[in-house]
Design a protein around this ligand. Structure first.
Ligand SMILES: N[C@@H](CCC(=O)N[C@@H](CS)C(=O)NCC(=O)O)C(=O)O
Length: 218
């Protein structure tokens, strides 16, 4: 199947690149500058209706939402063992961490990143930040014991849930002080071949191009 990832460095597209590298699939990167008028053009909105990244063209199908893309790719490539099979005992735990990553951890992390680092002064709502930090720390407190003494979230196996969780944790490394197991976990994840390859790919495809960069770790 032909795969094209609509991509921009230092965005959630990195998650998809990382998973594609873990599976070792061939794919093409289509650079998108989310800050340009082109991202809001009808042509790009036919690919991503909000003009965002990532989006994935897989054969004649187009998909958006990074979590859904990871979930789907991991399931259709069981040989990569990045998701327990639907009837495996570990599947429930896997689903839990997949949704925790995007629905709970990322939700508060994004509010911090958005209102503290990305939005201009006149749009940022600074009053949200202390509450978001508390919620984010609550989520870190849930994850810390899970990776204390084991390498990955689910059953000692690296899965797509580690990509979603690890990538989100890397947005705000300074907030991992006091969470030694999570710090070791993100370090471990960032040493994986798939992670390093995804970074390399990003560097080669942006060579010579100029991008406006957000605060995301990538
Ligand atoms: N929930 C979506 C969020 C996508 C998203 O917000 N992407 C950002 C980059 S990380 C973007 O394209 N922002 C530009 C915009 O919102 O106009 C996902 O996980 O794919």
């Amino acid at each position: 199947m032909d795969l094209t990832l609509y991509d921009m460095p230092k965005t959630r597209a990195f998650r998809v690149r990382w998973l594609l590298e873990e599976i070792d699939l061939d794919y093409r990167l289509e650079p998108v500058d989310i800050f340009s008028a082109a991202a809001q053009s009808p042509a790009y909105r036919a690919i991503h209706p909000l003009g965002q990244v990532p989006a994935l063209r897989a054969g004649d199908k187009i998909m958006f939402e990074s979590g859904a893309i990871l979930h789907w790719l991991a399931d259709i490539h069981p040989e990569a063992q990045l998701a327990p099979l639907p009837d495996a005992p570990a599947r429930a735990e896997y689903e839990q961490w997949m949704f925790f990553a995007v629905g709970t951890l990322e939700f508060s992390a994004w509010e911090i990143v958005l209102h503290e680092h990305i939005l201009p002064e006149d749009k940022a709502v600074k009053a949200i930040v202390p509450f978001a930090r508390t919620r984010y720390r609550d989520a870190l407190g849930v994850l810390e014991p899970v990776v204390n003494g084991r390498d990955y979230l689910v059953d000692e196996h690296f899965t797509a849930a580690d990509i979603l969780t690890g990538h989100t944790l890397m947005w705000l490394p300074e907030l991992l002080d006091g969470y030694p197991a999570l710090r070791a976990y993100t370090r471990r994840l960032s040493q994986r071949r798939g992670f390093l390859q995804a970074r390399l790919h990003a560097k080669s495809h942006t060579a010579g191009r100029q991008h406006v960069e957000t605060q995301h770790e990538d």
